[in-house]
Design a protein around this ligand. Structure first.
Ligand code: NAP
Length: 394
């Protein structure tokens, strides 16, 4: 057997084909065709410059291999191969000692950290991914563009896009890429920007081929200003759909614990509507901790008020009204409820929104788990392994 080597790969299920990594790589080790973006094992020198620029984390994939996967292999993949068992049976007794230090460290890295390797729920519909690319995008027509927030300085929009007769199958929790028109400061076409879909699989309007996005206007944001200014009838170029793990289980008995901030509520809206459409207001089993600055800046505040508690147990928290409160603070207040959920093998956890919330949420889970004699890290890693722990933060 060849001495194992580490290989840098890109996850085709998560990658949004924005080619930022390819444009960043200083030695042209990354290339693409209409299907996938791939890393040339002959050229890549692990300089890591492509890692932080990737908007989805799909770039951060590594395998230890006896023979590197070829470009041809990588172009043919719809999903990444699992890490093969290395070394061989004889060498297995000595385990990682058989690998050189760098490789061992790499393996350890790949399996540690709160991010960890995401897995789809056990009972899940098969997502379609990457049907439309930057080279071959799907044109969609704007059907509606509604402001969701009353706060003057916080413009969040609900944007409905109609795909007409074009097949664009999506599942709740998936995202689409939006290509802003025009060129960037270097004269290159803009790269797609990723947005979570906030409508359920059968359409914003049931059985219509449309979907919705939840978009906050960002100062100087190229895509967000473009989207927030769209008028009914305008055409938008979409890529995707993307995402194969942050998905809702089909099992109607699964209990969902959803923790989100701001526009991170987009997939939670889709999950809630899915459950409501499948089993009416009785389906239950959904708990949400949702953080915003004020009620006036909380997307979907009005519609949420009408969702019955039998369907969704809501904990809306505000950081700039009354006593400052974050989602993780409210989780601590509701620790009995959270403790019950995290110990239930039917519970799926979804965290979506600001990257900064992750630490606080982890700390809350740690403390709540300890209060019932459990170790959060072990619980979380088991949940993730079973496709029951999902984090999507930007
Ligand atoms: P935002 O209004 O800036 O913040 C929402 C709430 O989160 C505020 O109350 C904020 O409090 C609070 N917050 C700030 N730091 C926190 C922390 N460390 N822990 C817990 N809560 C914290 O949110 P936003 O502008 O809508 O941003 C949402 C994020 O979600 C963006 O980064 C976006 O990229 C991401 N996201 C969006 C989508 C989508 O589909 N659009 C999907 C996934 C993720 P204070 O500001 O008062 O401190």
């Amino acid at each position: 057997m060849n001495k194992p080597v580490k290989q840098h790969l890109i996850d085709p299920e998560i990658c949004i084909r924005c080619y930022t990594c390819e444009n960043t790589c200083p030695i042209n080790a990354i290339e693409h065709n209409d299907d996938n973006v791939v890393v040339d094992p002959e050229i890549c020198n692990f300089c890591m410059e492509c890692i932080p620029v990737c908007p989805t984390g799909s770039i951060d994939e590594w395998r230890v291999v006896a023979t590197p996967y070829s470009l041809e292999d990588q172009y043919s993949w719809e999903e990444l191969p699992e890490q093969e068992d290395l070394p061989s049976q004889d060498e297995a007794a000595t385990g990682l000692e058989a690998l050189d230090d760098a490789v061992a460290a790499l393996l350890a890295d790949a399996h540690s950290g709160a991010g960890g390797k995401a897995r789809a729920p056990g009972t899940v519909s098969k997502p379609t991914i990457n049907l439309y690319t930057a080279g071959k995008p799907a044109p969609a027509k704007v059907q509606g563009n509604y402001r969701l927030t009353r706060d003057e300085s916080h413009d969040v929009r609900h944007i409905i896009l109609d795909l007409g007769g074009l097949p664009f199958p999506v599942l709740e929790g998936q995202s689409v890429g939006v290509i802003p028109p025009g060129v960037d400061s270097d004269g290159n076409p803009h790269l797609p920007r990723l947005y979570s879909i906030s409508s359920p699989r059968d359409g914003e309007r049931p059985n219509y081929n449309n979907l919705s996005l939840t978009v906050k206007r960002e100062e100087h944001g190229v895509a967000s200003n473009y989207l927030c200014d769209l008028k009914v009838g305008d055409e938008v170029q979409l890529t995707g759909p993307f995402g194969a793990t942050f998905l809702i289980p089909d099992d109607p008995e699964a209990r969902l614990l959803m923790i989100c901030t701001g526009t991170g509520s987009a997939p939670m809206r889709a999950f809630t509507m899915r459950r409501q459409r499948v089993s009416g207001n009785q389906s239950g089993g959904m708990t949400m901790f949702f953080g915003a600055r004020t009620p006036d800046s909380l997307p979907y505040f009005g519609p949420l008020k009408k969702v019955p508690k039998t369907l969704l147990d809501q904990h809306l928290v505000y950081s700039r009204e009354g006593q400052k409160e974050y989602v993780q603070d409210r989780m601590m207040v509701e620790e009995d409820l959270v403790a019950d959920l995290i110990q239930d093998p039917k519970c799926h956890i979804y965290v979506c929104g600001l990257r900064g919330m992750e630490d606080g949420v982890e700390r809350a889970f740690t403390s709540i788990a300890e209060s019932v004699g459990q170790q959060w890290v072990a619980l979380r890693d088991a949940m993730r392994e079973e496709g029951r722990y999902h984090v999507e933060t930007y």
